[in-house]
Design a protein. Structure first.
Length: 147
């Protein structure tokens, strides 16, 4: 079972899209095992986006991601890293297809609403940057027991 770090960015929070974004991830069948509302510190943001240091959009990206609250989450599922990025859609809003979160709701890059880890190594690093181990819940999902 794979884990990924997903984060609703400040634009998604400001626009009131937390519920609808989470619904799409739940609809796909992924399991939410951790979530919290926070304003990323500059250090946390710089660790998170270390791979982009030196790129033209880096400064703007750090300012954006530290500008207000985000909703940070850990999700579990088979191939959740690849599949959640498909649910999110392409990074550049002009390439994000309808039916994806970014394709349906985002209109300008870098305001593309949600972050998702791009590999198991990134996921592990990003989860550790935002969550302590005891903030993640290990549980069985058993829908039929609740109907
Ligand atoms: P993310 O890391 O946020 O999940 O997005 P991603 O993997 O799809 O894209 P990545 O290449 O890692 O870029 C990180 C974020 O930087 C902003 N960006 N702006 N102005 C630009 O051309 C540009 N390119 C990227 C976006 O917010 C992107 O999600
Ligand atoms: Mg990325």
């Amino acid at each position: 079972m794979e884990r990924t770090f997903l984060m609703i960015k400040p634009d998604g929070v400001q626009r009131g899209l937390i519920g609808r974004i989470i619904s799409r991830l739940e609809d796909k069948g992924f399991k939410l095992i951790g979530g919290k509302f926070l304003i990323p510190t500059k250090e946390q943001a710089e660790r998170h986006y270390a791979e982009h240091v030196g790129k033209a959009f880096y400064g703007e990206l750090i300012d954006f991601i530290t500008s207000g609250p985000v909703f940070a989450m850990v999700w579990e599922g088979d191939d959740v890293i690849t599949l959640s990025r498909m649910v999110m859609g392409k990074t550049q809003v002009k390439e994000a297809l309808p039916g994806t979160i970014r394709g349906d709701f985002a209109a300008h890059t870098p305001f593309n609403l949600i972050h998702g880890s791009d590999s198991p190594e990134s996921a592990e690093r990003e989860i550790a940057n935002f969550f302590a181990p005891d903030e993640l819940s290990v549980y069985e999902k058993n829908i039929s027991a609740w109907l």
